[in-house]
Design a protein around this ligand. Structure first.
Ligand SMILES: Cc1cc2nc3c(=O)[nH]c(=O)nc-3n(C[C@H](O)[C@H](O)[C@H](O)COP(=O)(O)OP(=O)(O)OC[C@H]3O[C@@H](n4cnc5c(N)ncnc54)[C@H](O)[C@@H]3O)c2cc1C
Length: 545
C-alpha cells in the first residue's frame, strides 16, 4: 500500500517490524526483498511522486570550496525514487582489489570481501535492469566480438571489462505496482524523518520523529530501522540525531570519484580498427568496454583503481568542426544542470562561439540530422535508452574520459551548520577534499596508458601532464556518488557500521547505501549499493526480530 502522510491524522503513531527510511533504489530494493514472510515493513519517503521545489530545498546546504563541490541540492533528488529519477544507469560491480587492505591506500580494507557480496550482484543487476551479471566481453556474449582496439595488447590495461547500462530504471516508477501489491508493506510519502530517538543508554532506537512540509507530525516505532537516505543525508540524520557524538567517523571519509576528460588520442589503423560504441546484449541492454588498470599493476605501483573511456572532443570548442557536437552545444539551455555541467563546463558562451557552432551544424547537416533522429528514437522515445553520445570519429581521434578511485581521508567530510531547513533540521556543509595520492593515481595511470598505446603500435595519446590536476578538478566532485560517510569497519573509532551494516553500539539501527563503503573503487556505486542492501536484507531475514 502507498499512502501520503497527509492521509494520516496529526500526531499519528505507526509501528512495524522493520522501518526503512528513504525510497531511492536502495530503500526500494530493501522493501521489495523484506516485505515477505509475514513481516510488517514500513518505507518512509520524504518526497512525493513528482519533483517539488520545497522538498528539494530541504537538500540545500553549504560547500567549503565552491569550485570543488556542487551545491548539496544538486546531483541528488528528494522525491520518491530518489536520484534514480535522474541517474545515468552506468552499472558495474566493484573489483576484488577494492575490498583489500592496501598498504598504499590509507584507511582501505573492507571487513567483507567480494565473495561475500557476489551472491547478491545477480539480483541487483536484475533490479537495476542492466541485463545480467556478466561483466567481461567473453562472459556476456556467446559469439566473439570485435576488439575495442585492434592490435592493442596492454601491459598495464585491459580492454575486455564491461560497464552495463540500466534503462536507466527509475525505481519508484518501475516498482510502484509491486510496492503497492506487497503484503505487509506500507509506503508513506511526504514522511520526512527528522530525528532518531534512542533509549537512555543509547543502545536502542526507540522511535523516529516524522514531519511533513504541510505540517503533519507523528511517531514511528520499529523493531529495526534501516537508513537508506543516500550518502549525504544519512550522515546528516545521524549527526542531527547526535549519533555522531559517539561515533567520530560519521560524516568523515567523504568520497566521490575523481573524473575528467583529457588529451588527444589518435589511432593509426583504419576507422574500423577502433570500436568505441555499445555492444547490445540479447536482452537489449547496452554494454561498453573501457581501459581498466590491471589490479597487479595497482599493487606493484601503489596507485588506486582507474578506468578510462574513448570520448568525443570537448563540446564547447567549435574547432572540432563536428555538427553533432555543435548541435549539442546549441541545445545547452534545455540540458539539465547535472548533465550540462559535464558536457559544457563553466566556459562562457558568447555570440561568436554560438555562430561558429551554427556554422558547424550547417556544414555537417546530414550527419547532424541523422544523429537527432537517432537520439529521438533511441533515447527520448525508447524505454531502454541509448546511454550516451557516441561519435564515430572519421579520423579515429578521441579525447580520454577517466574515472578513478579517491583515497579515503578523514578530513574530507560533511558537517552540520547553524542554519536549519523548513523542518528545523540543521543543514549540511560539504568539505570535500582530494589529495596528492589522487593526483598520483590519475597521473601515473595516464602515463601508463600512453605507454601501452605507443608500445602496441596502435596510435598515440598526447596530453599535458601539467594539466592533470586542473582537468581532474575541472568539474569538481560531480556525479552524485556520495560515498563513505558512514563507513563499514570493525573499529568504532574509525567506522560507523559493522560488517552487517549495523551501527556500532546501537542494536537495531542499520545503514544501507554507498555511505557504508570504506573505499570508492573506479566503479559507479549504485549496483554495489543495491547488492549490499540485498545482503543486509538476507542478514535480517535470517536473524530474529
Ligand atoms: C545526474 C546523476 C547521474 C547518476 N548516474 C549514475 C550512474 O550512471 N551510475 C550509478 O551507479 N550511479 C549514478 N548516480 C548515483 C545514483 O543516483 C545514486 O547512487 C543512487 O540514487 C543512490 O541510491 P540511494 O537509494 O542510496 O539514495 P537516493 O537515491 O538519494 O534516495 C534517498 C531517498 O531518501 C529520501 N530522503 C532523504 N532524506 C529523507 C528523510 N529525512 N526522511 C525520509 N526520506 C528521506 C529521498 O527523498 C530519496 O528518495 C547518478 C546520480 C546523479 C544525480
Amino acid at each position: 500500500m502507498i499512502l501520503d502522510v497527509q492521509d494520516l491524522p496529526d500526531g499519528f503513531s505507526l509501528d512495524a517490524d522493520i522501518c526503512i527510511v528513504g525510497a531511492g533504489p536502495v530503500g526500494i530494493s530493501l522493501a521489495l526483498t523484506l516485505a515477505t514472510g509475514g513481516r510488517r515493513v514500513l518505507l518512509l519517503e520524504g518526497g512525493g511522486p513528482a519533483p517539488e521545489p520545497d522538498s528539494q530545498a530541504l537538500y540545500r546546504g553549504q560547500v567549503d570550496a565552491a569550485g570543488l563541490h556542487p551545491s548539496p541540492d544538486h546531483y541528488r533528488e528528494r522525491r520518491y525514487g530518489g536520484s534514480s529519477t535522474i541517474w545515468g544507469g552506468r552499472s558495474m560491480p566493484y573489483d576484488s582489489i577494492d575490498f583489500e587492505t592496501r598498504p598504499y591506500v590509507p584507511h582501505s580494507g573492507w571487513p567483507i570481501d567480494l565473495a561475500a557480496l557476489s551472491p547478491f550482484y545477480g539480483e541487483a543487476v536484475r533490479l537495476c535492469e542492466a541485463g545480467r551479471d556478466a561483466f567481461t566481453i567473453e562472459t556476456a556474449f556467446d559469439t566473439p566480438r570485435r576488439p575495442m582496439i585492434e592490435g592493442f595488447d596492454g601491459e598495464h590495461f585491459t580492454t575486455n571489462t564491461l560497464e552495463r547500462f540500466s534503462c536507466p530504471t527509475d525505481f519508484g516508477h518501475r516498482y510502484r505496482h509491486k510496492l503497492e501489491a506487497a503484503e505487509g508493506l506500507q509506503v508513506v510519502l511526504h514522511a520526512n524523518v527528522t530525528d532518531i530517538r534512542r533509549s537512555e543508554t543509547g543502545s536502542e532506537v526507540t522511535g523516529l520523529t516524522v514531519r511533513s512540509l504541510a505540517g503533519r507530525q507523528g511517531q514511528v516505532s520499529a523493531g529495526r530501522v534501516i537508513l537508506a537516505l543516500g550518502g549525504l543525508e544519512t550522515a546528516r540524520l545521524l549527526l542531527a540525531s547526535r549519533i555522531g557524538e559517539r561515533l567520530d567517523a560519521v560524516g568523515r571519509y567523504y568520497m566521490c570519484h575523481i573524473a575528467g576528460t583529457i588529451g588527444s588520442l589518435k589511432f593509426t589503423g583504419p576507422r574500423d580498427s577502433v570500436w568505441n560504441g555499445y555492444d547490445v546484449a540479447d536482452d537489449g541492454s547496452y554494454c561498453r568496454r573501457r581501459f581498466a588498470l590491471r589490479p597487479e599493476v595497482q599493487r606493484r605501483l601503489g596507485i588506486g583503481n582507474f578506468v578510462a573511456r574513448l570520448h568525443h572532443p570537448r563540446i564547447p570548442d567549435p574547432r572540432h568542426r563536428n555538427g553533432i557536437l555543435s548541435a549539442l552545444y546549441l541545445a545547452r539551455p534545455i540540458i539539465p544542470y547535472e548533465y550540462g555541467k559535464r558536457l559544457y563546463g563553466d566556459e562562457a558562451g558568447g555570440l561568436g562561439r554560438w555562430l561558429a557552432h551554427a556554422v558547424n551544424v550547417a556544414t555537417d547537416l546530414p550527419a547532424t540530422l541523422g544523429f537527432l533522429i537517432h537520439m529521438l528514437r533511441d533515447r527520448r522515445l525508447a524505454e531502454r535508452k541509448y546511454p550516451s553520445i557516441v561519435i564515430r570519429s572519421k579520423s579515429n581521434s578521441f579525447s580520454l574520459d577517466f574515472h578513478a578511485e579517491q583515497v579515503p581521508d578523514p578530513d574530507s567530510r560533511v558537517v552540520l551548520t547553524d542554519e536549519v531547513d523548513a523542518l528545523g533540521m540543521p543543514r549540511l556543509k560539504a568539505d570535500w577534499r582530494y589529495g596528492r595520492a589522487d593526483v598520483e593515481t590519475v597521473s601515473r595511470s595516464l602515463a601508463l596508458l600512453a605507454g601501452d598505446i605507443e608500445r602496441s603500435g596502435t596510435g598515440r595519446f598526447d596530453y599535458d601532464p601539467a594539466s592533470v590536476e586542473s582537468e581532474m578538478t575541472r568539474y569538481g566532485a560531480y556525479g552524485g556518488h556520495h560515498i563513505g560517510t558512514a563507513r563499514m569497519g570493525s573499529d568504532p573509532a574509525s567506522s560507523v557500521v559493522d560488517a552487517d551494516c549495523r551501527v556500532h553500539g546501537i542494536d537495531n539501527l542499520y545503514v544501507a547505501g554507498s555511505a557504508v563503503f570504506p573505499t570508492s573503487s573506479q566503479a559507479n556505486p549504485t549496483l554495489t549499493a543495491v547488492a549490499m542492501a540485498l545482503r543486509l536484507a538476507d542478514h535480517l531475514k535470517g536473524s530474529q526480530p
